[in-house]
Design a protein around this ligand. Structure first.
Ligand code: 0O2
Length: 210
């Protein structure tokens, strides 16, 4: 059983590692071009087997449909400084020839009832395996640092409460999501000032990001 999962997940691991490397390379190109760098950092993960099984049960996905119906087994997350950066990264992904977009979900314009905001793009990505090319679905989540702060904390809390928050906590989390979005708006309003300061200070020098 474990060996079966290992074999099934192998192309997903390769997809995550290749996509991650490509977005890190994109950030590096921006750094060298002396333009504003729209990508802060890139992380990736393959969904753990217990989460895959839980989602299969919740969404009534049959095992033979798993590769087609579960879009986020391979997941890459791109974090940006500003909301505008998110849409710049979306444009860059739309223009790429090495991945094919099958779905886009703008949870920034249409936030989730929880208060969650992010831009999700589902792509088909071709990986080269021993037995030939395989098209793998991957979900790319693009969000600001503030959105990421909120989502990371809300996600760990939802583990504690098994996704069912008491009403008071739910309200507070929604207020916190709005506060994070106000922060994004405020930072955008003083964006030019921030960028000028960052260029002068070169604060990134010496810190290695991936
Ligand atoms: P993990 O650990 O990040 O993989 P569903 O998965 O059923 O909720 P759907 O339509 O399959 O929803 O996919 P959707 O909503 O485009 O993306 C699901 C992923 O988005 C989640 O994956 C989270 O990463 C993130 N997400 C969506 N809604 C929320 C939310 O309200 N709060 C937080 N913190 N993250 C959210 P997983 O599998 O839940 O988690």
């Amino acid at each position: 059983m474990i060996k079966k999962w290992d074999n099934f997940l192998l192309p997903y691991e390769q997809t995550v590692s290749e996509l991650r490397a490509k977005f890190v390379a994109l950030r590096h190109q921006f750094e060298l071009s002396q333009k504003h760098v729209p990508i802060e950092f890139v992380i990736g993960r393959v969904k753990p087997v217990d989460s895959i099984i839980e989602k299969m049960q919740r969404r009534k996905i049959k095992s033979e449909r798993l590769a087609n119906d579960m879009e986020d087994i391979a997941g890459v997350r791109i974090t940006c400084q500003f909301v505008d950066d998110i849409y710049q990264v979306v444009k860059l992904i739309r223009n790429r020839k090495d991945m094919h977009i099958v779905d886009e979900r703008d949870y920034i314009l249409n936030k989730k009832p929880s208060g969650y905001r992010s831009y999700h793009i589902v792509v088909e990505y071709p990986v080269q395996m021993l037995d030939g090319e395989k098209e793998i679905l991957a979900e790319i989540q693009i969000r600001t640092l503030a959105m990421n702060f909120w989502a990371t904390i809300e996600h760990s809390l939802s583990y504690k409460y098994h996704g069912e928050f008491p009403e008071d906590l739910d309200n507070r989390l929604q207020r916190a999501a709005e506060a994070a979005f106000q922060l994004d708006k405020e930072m955008t309003a003083i964006r030019e000032e921030i960028q000028e300061a960052q260029n002068l200070f070169s604060y990134k020098r010496g810190y290695k990001k991936e």
